[in-house]
Structures are given as structure tokens and as C-alpha cells.
Design a protein around this ligand. Structure first.
Ligand code: SF4
Length: 233
């Protein structure tokens, strides 16, 4: 095993240990296919399921699984069939955002996971961070190994320099970070000067709500599936 791999393994083990200490279940799988299989084996047919926007869920094939008809899937996105007819209208999509809080399962990626056992997530609308915090009976977080960071400072920096710029570009949002690959908060005082909530003043800003999930009182409500692959942003 190379030094990098040994270090990655140590980081992974430490993260698992600290997530469990914080009352979250931690599961490690080797591949995205195994992550999808875990979801399929865990969620009973007919259960209601909602999701937060996540590239990782798509990359694992989990969105396709949820759309298979096996589950009562509350899709939050207006969807149009190839013939142009709306299969999920914008009104139904909004209703699904609200229904997500009563879902049996909520699935999401995570912007960062600290080795100290915390999840760090930042939203524009706030639907994802609010549902992770409260509402759905069970939450399953799927995250690639690239999401593991040393601590909360590194998690904040990860969102400002990796997750937000790439998500802005994916969503076609014109922002300082999409252009410069780092947050406007670094504009004044260099990379060390950015506080968590510093940022641009754009109306299309995607960083409005900040959630740190640490020690849980609802033991085992959140499961974190760590995949030994690079997934999402
Ligand atoms: S606050 Fe604005 S510039 Fe900073 S990361 Fe978020 S969207 Fe990008």
C-alpha cells in the first residue's frame, strides 16, 4: 500500500469512528454500485423517499433507482417527458419539496465530512439542509472519499473553492466563484480571511444556509455511506 493510500485509509477509519461517536451510522463501500445496492437493500419497497440536489446520487445511479416505481419518490424537480409534456409540473415539484419533510427516507450528498465526524452542508434555498436536520424519519448521506476533510475550517474552504464554484457552473449560475474558482469572500484579505458566511452579494448566491451536523440526539437517524471513489463536487 502506498503512503497516500495508507493516509486515506487512516482518514477514513478516523471519520467512521467519529461519525459513530456522534450518533450517526457509518457504512464504507468500495464502489458507487455498492452504494446503490446498499440503498436498494435498506429502503423497503413502497417507502416514501425524497432527495436533496446531489450529483453524487446521480453518479451512483440512485436517482434512476428511485424513479423505477419501486418507491413513492417525491421528485423535487419539474420534469418534462421527451414529447414535451410535463410529468412533474412546477407546482407539483414545490409540493414535493414540502412533502419531503414527512418522507420515510431522505437521501442526499454532503458538501464535506470532517474527520472529526461532522457533516457540513450549505444551501441556497435551504430545503436540503432543513430536511437533513429535521423531518424525514431516516436520512442516508452518500459521499465519495473526496468529501472527507480535516476539520470544519477545511470544510468551509472546500465549499468556497470546490463545491460552490462547480455547482454554480452546473446550474448555469453566473457568480464570482463560477468565474474565479473561489468565493468572493477571499477577495479582500486572501484565502485565510474568509469566515463561513462571508460571500458575494448576488441575488443568485447559492450559499445562504449553513448546517453543521454534529453529535445527534436522535441516535442512528442519519446513516453516512462513504464510498471509496471520487464522487460529486
Ligand atoms: S457566496 Fe457567492 S461567490 Fe461565494 S461561494 Fe457562494 S455563490 Fe460563490
Amino acid at each position: 500500500m502506498f503512503y497516500d493510500e495508507m493516509e486515506r485509509e487512516r482518514d477514513l477509519n478516523k471519520t467512521v469512528e467519529n461519525l459513530e461517536r456522534n450518533g450517526m451510522r457509518a457504512v464504507v463501500v468500495d464502489t458507487r454500485e455498492e452504494a446503490a445496492r446498499y440503498v436498494e437493500d435498506t429502503i423497503p419497497a413502497g417507502a416514501s423517499v425524497a432527495v436533496g440536489g446531489s450529483v453524487t446520487l446521480k453518479e451512483c445511479g440512485i436517482i434512476d433507482l428511485l424513479k423505477s416505481g419501486k418507491y413513492n419518490f417525491f421528485t423535487p424537480r419539474p420534469t418534462v417527458a421527451p414529447d414535451g409534456t410535463a410529468t412533474v409540473s412546477p407546482e407539483a415539484a414545490v409540493a414535493n419539496y414540502r412533502a419531503a419533510y414527512g418522507a420515510d427516507y431522505y437521501l442526499s450528498g454532503s458538501n464535506a465530512i470532517t474527520r472529526e465526524g461532522e457533516l457540513y452542508n450549505v444551501d441556497g434555498r435551504g430545503n436540503r439542509v432543513s430536511a437533513i436536520a429535521y423531518g424525514p424519519q431516516k436520512v442516508i448521506i452518500i459521499a465519495g472519499i473526496n468529501k472527507i476533510v480535516k476539520n470544519l475550517d477545511a470544510a468551509v474552504a472546500r465549499v468556497k473553492t470546490v463545491a460552490a464554484p462547480q455547482n454554480c457552473r452546473r446550474l448555469g449560475i453566473e457568480s464570482y466563484c463560477a468565474e474565479m474558482d473561489k468565493c468572493h469572500s477571499f477577495f479582500r484579505g486572501g484565502d485565510k480571511a474568509a469566515n463561513m458566511t462571508d460571500g458575494c452579494l448576488s441575488n443568485t448566491r447559492i450559499c445562504c444556509h449553513y448546517l453543521v451536523s454534529s453529535k445527534q440526539s436522535a441516535d442512528g437517524r442519519i446513516t453516512v455511506v462513504l464510498v471509496k471513489e471520487k464522487l460529486g463536487y
